[in-house]
Design a protein around this ligand. Structure first.
Ligand code: GDR
Length: 361
């Protein structure tokens, strides 16, 4: 296969850390390198090392030299950095995975979230035009199931109306439409992947699935006693990130650009995710109390392992999400391979190993 250039963007900022944290970025880089691509990633400057998820992709992980993986400094809030990178690299595919991607944090950093997630997408599209590459580049936009928010129908498809419920989702709504606008106005090959929650052992520690598997692993090893969570009734359609990055790539290989829902088609509550994680360590959790009084106890010992802390509640919550990815299946044969219990098993196995090696992790 002929080698292609690719520019991969990640500019996620969480809790003041500028870092190449993107879990999708690391899986997508692996997939594209396997396919013979040259991968260019954008990272933000940090005062600490921030490339742990992709270090294994370098030929020389200490100098980040050689091989087909390259990193550059750039930022979604800095147009000239985007123009410089695009004009030098001349990529054929661009995957915009850059975001302040934490929904709860977006209520605190609302303006910043809009700056990166909404206006940042516009800057990137405009940088492509400024470089005169809008007819040559294929563009992928990381859109999200959060757009559906207060859901109008179940399951959600490409035609379900949007009702965003956070500054994050509002910013992503702008990005979704500006991508469609540039597709129609300038005939750009630009696609929105409306991805539902996708997880893995590389998931950031503040997202609920990873928070649960890390804590249950610690409880199993005697390093922690309990976990504190927010809304246990919230329901999500969780899949494995490895499956979902394949869909991103497949979208850009089609004849025409379009928008696609990518989801597992199964929905579970946060409570069920907790139960499944504890069942991996042979513990059954029973629930007592209601609302903020609710606790999860170990059935055999009665020890409290789960507490509810209102500090994790969101001012406006997305109660449930369930996706229907029939369009992607019919158009390019995408189906998820990893089931819900396999996902939990993968994350639990990895976190037990991680905590065993490094209890401070
Ligand atoms: P989400 O993911 O908001 O769906 O967005 P997250 O894992 O943060 O929350 C999922 C649900 O779990 C509830 N919840 C908690 N969430 C967190 N983070 N911490 C807790 O302690 C907790 N307790 C309960 C939440 O209220 C929520 O309902 C993710 C992000 O990756 C987005 O960037 C992406 O667009 C969407 O998935 C698809």
């Amino acid at each position: 296969m002929e080698r292609s250039w690719l520019l991969l963007i990640d500019a996620e900022q969480i809790f003041g850390l500028w870092s190449f944290r993107s879990l999708d970025g690391s899986y997508l880089s692996e997939l594209l390198l396997e396919k013979g691509y040259i991968v260019h990633g954008i990272i933000r400057r940090a005062s600490t090392f921030n490339t742990s998820r992709i270090n294994h992709l370098y030929e020389d992980k200490y100098t980040h030299q050689g091989g087909r993986m390259h990193l550059h400094y750039g930022d979604m809030t800095d147009s000239s950095s985007l123009v410089k990178l695009i004009s030098t690299i001349k990529p054929t595919e661009i995957y915009n995975l850059a975001a302040q991607s934490h929904v709860k944090v977006s209520f605190d950093l609302s303006e910043y979230t809009a700056e990166v997630d909404a206006v940042g997408t516009l800057r990137l599209l405009d940088a492509i035009r400024t470089c005169g590459l809008h007819k040559n580049v294929k563009f992928y936009q990381a859109s999200t199931s959060e757009l559906y928010g207060k859901v109008a129908e179940i399951p959600q498809t490409e035609t379900t109306p949007f009702y965003p419920r956070s500054p994050y989702a509002c910013a992503k709504l702008y990005a979704y439409w500006i991508v469609i606008n540039y597709r129609e106005a300038y005939q750009m090959f630009a696609c929105n992947g409306i991805l539902f929650n996708h997880e893995s052992p590389r998931r950031g520690e503040t997202f609920v699935t990873r928070k649960i598997t890390r804590s249950v692993a610690k409880i199993f090893l005697g390093q922690a006693d309990y976990i504190e969570l927010g809304n246990l009734d919230s329901k999500r359609d969780w899949g494995h990130a490895k499956d979902y990055v394949e869909a991103m790539w497949m979208m850009l290989q089609q004849e025409k650009p379009d928008d696609y829902v990518i989801a597992s088609g199964n929905m579970h509550s946060v409570r069920e995710f907790v139960e499944e994680s504890f069942s991996f360590i042979n513990k059954k959790i029973i629930w007592e109390g209601k609302g903020v009084e609710e606790v999860g106890k170990e059935e055999d010992t009665g020890i409290v392992r789960v507490k509810v802390n209102p500090k994790y509640f969101r001012p406006t919550e997305v109660e449930l999400l369930l996706g229907d990815s029939t369009k992607a299946r019919k158009k390019f044969g995408w189906t998820p391979k990893v089931t819900f219990s396999e996902l939990v098993k993968d994350m639990m196995t990895a976190d037990i190993e991680l905590m065993r090696k490094n209890p401070q992790a």
